[in-house]
Design a protein around this ligand. Sequence first.
Ligand SMILES: [Mn+2]
Length: 194
Amino acid sequence: MRKAERARTTNETDIELSFAIDGEGQAEIKTDVPFMTHMLDLFTKHGQFDLSIHAKGDVDIDDHHTTEDIGICLGQALLEALGDKKGIKRYGSAFVPMDEALAQVVVDLSNRPHLEMRADFPAAKVGTFDTELVHEFLCKLALEARMNLHVIVHYGTNTHHMIEAVFKALGRALDEATMIDPRVKGIPSTKGML
Ligand SMILES: [Mn+2]
C-alpha cells in the first residue's frame, strides 16, 4: 500500500494527515480554512487518492500558517508514500477548465524541488481566504514532496473558478505521475535514481 501519515504540532498549527496514492477519491477533510477544505476535497476526488486531514491553526491571525503547514504535511506524506518510486510514470500533466477559467499543471516527481507558477488572480480574497496563499501552499507542497511543479492559469475572470481548476488539475497530474506503468522496469531515470 502506497500510503503515509503525518502528525505535526507547532505553536501555530496542529495537523494530522493520512494520504493514500491508490485510493478511491475518499476525502475526510476538516480544517480551520474552509476554502482549503473545499480545494483539498476536489484534489482528492480528481486524483483518485484517499486523504484525511484534521487541521487546526491560528486562523485568528490569518489562514497563512494553517495553509502552509497543510502543504508541508501533504508534501511529506506524498514523498513517503512514493517510496523508492519504482515503476512510476514520474511525469504527469493535466488541463482542467472550470467554466471560463483554464488551468494547466505539469509535474515531475524528480527529487528536484521547484515551483514555477504563472497565475494572476483578479481577486485578493475568495471569501475570507487570501488568494496569495495558493502560491504558499503549492510552494511548500513542491519542496517537501521534492517535485518539480509547474502551474499555469491561462485565463479566467472568477478567482474561485481559477483556483478550483488548479486544484483539480493538480490532482489529475499527480494521479498520472504516481501511476505504476507496467512497462517501466525499476526507476524511471537514466541516472538510476530519483
Ligand atoms: Mn467551488
